[in-house]
Design a protein around this ligand. Structure first.
Ligand SMILES: [Zn+2]
Length: 358
């Protein structure tokens, strides 16, 4: 009995030490973010019409300053500080923001051999963090907008500087915009090694928080792929797709806006190829029954994600570099960011996600 008691005591003390430690880390990060002098080109407040312009500036900044932000590295933490400083500079206060530190539980996998010039990203620890910022709406019902900011050791502009750029631009645009739903932006750490950040986030939700989430929008790799897709739905135990209503609704909105954004080939609502694949941060949300919409530029024309016809995969290769992408594809990167930014804004204006879809 006594042994059990001292064991429990030890666990409590250890827990206090660990959480104290992460609190200090968070404070330190906020302090760094406050002292960070954010360059002019990434400090412009977006207006309602200039979709994708600030996102593109963010992406340039990421290309130049944050290559090799592998989960747990100093570079990944520097990127977190940059995201925090952009939020603090763009209309959010410290009380809107929280940092969730967590231990990386999966080993960082060996990076693809196609990455010849891998950036190391500095000293590596087993801790990473999610950055969360809340924009209050009229309702406590919440839409989560998520994107991961770690990379596979490349410049990581496609995977996933592009998702960060679109989410961050939108967060700044929405700071003073009235919305029905509360919007919770989460910049996930450590996705590349088993979605540690998004799993941690979902596992630590309270019951109330979990019930309040009506939709998750995941943005991952929206820059270089040949086609602009929306994925969604869940493959149930009978092998059928359910909970696809949200993605179909999003697709209808994209069509009305005249955007070249599509569902995966064959208009395949019954079984879109990527549905059911745990390829990114939407998966832990889908696992607990939260409908999701996943933005990705890719190429599924032949049934597998080759990303581009001309160069194959850009993500997780040396080609995930803005100079390469722009040399090869001209305005593609800019236009893709604009299309997804336009759509994201429109989706967040809708006020009936939960009635029909959850
Ligand atoms: Zn990714």
């Amino acid at each position: 009995m006594k042994k059990i008691f001292s064991c429990i005591l030890a666990i409590i003390i250890l827990g206090a030490m660990l959480s104290g430690c992460s609190n200090n880390d968070s404070k330190e990060m906020i302090k760094k973010a406050k002292n960070f002098s954010i360059p002019h080109e990434v400090s412009i407040n977006p207006t309602k019409e200039d979709y994708g312009i600030l996102a593109y500036n963010f992406l340039h900044y990421i290309q130049d300053n944050y290559p090799g932000r592998i989960a747990g590295t100093e570079k990944e933490k520097e990127m977190a500080v940059f995201i925090l400083s952009a939020l603090l500079n763009g209309g959010y206060s410290e009380k809107d923001i929280s940092i969730q530190s967590f231990n990386i539980t999966e080993a960082v996998p060996m990076m693809d051999e196609s990455i010849k010039n891998k950036f190391e990203g500095g000293k590596q620890s087993n801790s990473s963090q999610n950055i969360k910022v809340v924009k209050k709406g009229e309702s406590e019902k919440t839409i989560v907008v998520g994107a991961h900011y770690d990379s596979a050791g490349t410049h990581g502009v496609d995977d996933n500087g592009s998702g960060i750029a679109v989410a961050l631009e939108n967060a700044l645009r929405m700071a003073d915009t009235q919305t029905h739903y509360t919007i919770c932006y989460i910049f996930f750490g450590s996705e590349e090694n088993g979605m540690c950040g998004s799993r941690e986030y979902v596992e630590t939700l309270s019951e109330k928080e979990r019930e309040d989430i009506v939709l998750m929008i995941n943005i991952d790799s929206v820059l270089a792929g040949d086609y602009h897709y929306l994925y969604g739905g869940n493959v149930n135990e009978h092998g059928k797709v359910d909970r696809a209503e949200a993605v179909v609704k999003a697709y209808d909105i994209a069509k009305k806006l005249g955007l070249a954004i599509q569902l995966p080939p064959e208009g395949n609502i019954d079984y879109p190829y990527p549905t059911g694949q745990k390829r990114s941060d939407h998966a832990p949300f889908n696992d607990i029954g939260i409908p999701y919409i996943y933005f990705e530029a890719n190429n599924w024309e032949n049934g597998s994600p080759i990303e581009t016809e001309k160069h194959g995969l850009i993500m997780h290769t040396d080609k995930d570099d803005l100079d390469f992408i722009e040399n090869e594809y001209g305005e593609r990167a800019k236009n893709t960011l604009t299309d997804y930014s336009t759509l994201l804004y429109s989706l967040l204006q809708e006020n009936d996600w939960e009635q029909e879809y959850k």
